[in-house]
Design a protein around this ligand. Structure first.
Ligand SMILES: [Zn+2]
Ligand SMILES: [Zn+2]
Length: 385
């Protein structure tokens, strides 16, 4: 793919009255590219010209109707990276106090209302019931998601983070924040033996975080082979290909054999999103205070058979779930991406125009292949023709 435009763009003075958007018309589709009105910018609003909007497994679940309360039609896209087209007159800086001007590349985040219990207590902002400017929230079709030429956000606690990273790296901030949060929950200690389950974008970025946070031996169980190849570039020492080793018991045996003394892993990071993988991950743990953090199963109602004694109690294991990033996770994620210590520019494998949103969803709900290549992170590029 040719490189996408550099971080800074010259401000376009003319704002169109309408903008093209990939509208998900109903659960299960179809998508339709429609012209939606571009709103006037309120004093605390911002109009963004989209650079890239990542496609997330969450979007694939929304498409299938696995997201309670989501309203259709909607413009999807919550992993966003955009240039400021118009700033509300009361907004002069980004969330960290950096001066903002039109043309700056930013990562926008609608954090929550900033006033309620969810926003102010217990790190539960993700569950703020008062959010208005997010895809599928509050009803009505508007430029509230990133799969559109322009995105408009008006929120009490709109957070924007100005960035020096190129768009195809900066667009990873939202999924990377989840991985940062998962690593934080895991309390990873230097030199620990870590297994990451899953070779999708979350698995890969979680492995990257584990490597940067000081993991010792780092093992990935996932597939297909070309994703595992990239995982090794991200510092994974050993990969076990689930397409080659199809029996979970044999995978567990291979993981244990790859750990010091064959004892098992200190930490397992679950990034698959299939319930059975959680049960398998628990088998990888060594006896004695090892832990597993499940990041992958963020939605869906599936289950797995848990054997409380051997899987949990007898080994003194701890199983955590992680979802719901904090502002700190976003800031850390962006700073890590900006340093480019690992080849983050290889994570976005496909940039698709608005009229191919359906192809992206079909790949995520299918065989992860687009245009004859394995997809890792797919991003919608609304400016592409
Ligand atoms: Zn996402
Ligand atoms: Zn709130």
């Amino acid at each position: 793919m040719p490189p996408i435009a550099t971080a800074r763009q010259t401000a376009t003075s003319v704002i169109p009255r309408t903008a093209r958007a990939a509208v998900l018309t109903a659960q299960g589709g179809p998508f339709a590219v429609r012209e939606l009105p571009v709103p006037n910018v309120a004093p605390r609003g911002v109009l963004l010209r989209m650079a890239l909007g990542g496609v997330c497994a969450t979007d694939a679940h929304i498409f299938k109707g696995d997201w309670p309360g989501f309203t259709f039609p909607a413009v999807l896209g919550h992993e966003n990276c955009a240039w400021i087209a118009r700033l509300g007159e009361e907004i002069a800086t980004d969330f960290l106090g950096e001066p903002l001007t039109e043309g700056d590349l930013v990562i926008p985040r609608v954090a929550g209302c900033g006033r309620c219990w969810y926003c102010l207590c217990g790190g539960a902002m993700r569950w703020c019931p008062n959010r208005k400017s997010a895809p599928g929230v509050g009803g009505g079709l508007a430029l509230s998601g990133g799969w559109a030429e322009y995105m408009y956000i008006e929120a009490d606690s709109l957070q924007m983070f100005k960035t020096i990273a190129p768009p195809d790296v900066a667009v990873l901030t939202e999924p990377m924040a989840t991985c940062v949060g998962g690593i934080e929950r895991s309390q990873l200690r230097l030199g620990e033996t870590v297994v990451v389950q899953g070779a999708g974008p979350i698995g890969l970025l979680t492995a990257a975080c584990a490597r940067l946070a000081g993991a010792g031996r780092l093992i990935m169980v996932g597939g297909p082979a070309d994703r595992l190849e990239l995982a090794r570039e991200f510092g994974v020492d050993l990969t076990i290909d689930i397409d080659a080793v199809r029996d979970p018991a044999e995978r567990s045996r291979q993981v244990l054999a790859a750990t010091p003394r064959g004892f098992g892993a200190d930490l397992v990071l679950g990034c698959v999103g299939h319930p059975s993988a959680v049960g398998e991950g628990l088998q990888y743990l060594r006896p004695g205070n090892a832990r597993m953090v499940e990041i992958g199963n963020a939605t869906g109602g599936g289950s797995f058979p848990l054997r409380p004694s051997p899987d949990l109690v007898y080994k003194n294991s701890t199983l955590h779930g992680f979802w719901g990033t904090t502002t700190e996770h976003w800031i850390s994620a962006l700073r890590v991406l900006e340093r480019r210590a690992l080849p983050f520019g290889k994570v976005v494998t496909h940039r698709l125009p608005l009229d191919r949103a359906a192809d992206a969803i079909a790949a995520l709900n299918g065989d992860y292949r687009i245009d004859g290549r394995t997809a890792l992170k797919v991003a919608i590029e609304p400016g592409a023709k």
